[in-house]
Design a protein around this ligand. Sequence first.
Ligand code: ADP
Length: 428
Amino acid sequence: MSVFRKTALLLAFLAAAAWLLGYLSEAWVGWLLFAAALLWLLLSHLRPLAYLDAWSQAPFADPDLTGPGTWDGIFRRLYRHEKEVAQQISERDREIELLIAANQALIDGVVLLDAQDQIVFCNRTAEEQLGLCLATDRGLPVVNLVRVPEFMAYLAAGVFTTPLELTLERGQPRMLAVHILPYAGARRLMQIRDVTQANRLERMRRDFVANVSHELRTPLTVLSGFLETLQEIEFSPEERARYLGLMAEQAERMGNIVQDLLTLSSIESAPPPSSQVVDMGHMLDRLQRDAQALSGGRHEIASESSGQGNLYGAESELLSAFANLVANAVRYTPAGGKIVLEWRVDAGGAEFAVRDSGPGIAPEHISRLTERFYRVDRSRSREAGGTGLGLAIVKHALNRHQARLAIASEPGRGSRFVAIFPRSRVVS
Ligand code: ADP
């Protein structure tokens, strides 16, 4: 029953009682009783009213929210309502937290701007990309923080059909593609993608095509020059044989390049290497025999091994990687030098290394040796029959086995090329 009804009934009852008393005794006794009853009624409502007044200024869901008599229902309904509102708010908070977490998980940077281009929100990626800090930069105009003229002009122009490519020099130079998407009226969302790697790959692809063409064109030009000469001029049989020999050399060089390119592309496109067991004892014997054949007795070739173990992997890929290291050692080490093949297994993993007493490599070249067609000395590599792809093949083959190539070398003191395998690739 509502408070109004209850109070009205009570009042009616009190009025009837006071009238009866006034009727039976003196009228003023009735009035006195009625006034006293009214005062009692008023006082009994004052305490819950004062409580309600205080509560309404700072509402909270209080399970002990009870009131006397008629007020109890009101307080219970208020409590239920407040509880529902608190629940809705906490659900909404949770949804907002999830949305923020999803934004934080994005690999792209996200910055939300208001109609005045002031920062409302940015995720951690954007903080890192643009050097922002949401805690201190919220509410500041983005152009005050990203002070790059192209960016300011792009934002001011308001034409966002194509993304802006921005090069930032914070530590490592980075290329960012900034997309601006209007939303909710005049607000804007900035989506920032780091395209440094993609641009680098694209440049590498272009360089690679140019390099392949160049590498193949050189022997081809020499070959066609010889062909023309042979067609136009009569040579003695000895000279003719010499020219044909030189032509065969160029053809072989082209063949080697094509062969290495095919090896590289087959390694790149092949499925992940199977976990076939590669017998390293056999592998070392085979590599040593091949090295001796290639050296033709000009070098001392030895092998060392410590620890017991073989490798899980694709035998053909590992053979190709190891054989390239061995062939390089033989090709670049002058006659009389020493080459050692090493195989070590320990608790941390395994290592296959080729150590030579060759000319060594200056430190500035070492980090670039695995780039395709990179050579320290172009003519020397050519004389040695190199294609410039050997170490690129090694790096790829090793990467596919979660292994890495380490190079230790010093000019005049020889080199050591090491393939380092994790424990997971070792068969004990
Ligand atoms: P290449 O076919 O020219 O040998 P690689 O990719 O196998 O190409 O090697 C890249 C370069 O690294 C070589 O041109 C050579 O200058 C250098 N290099 C590789 N192995 C050795 C080594 N054992 N000693 C000295 N230099 C080496």
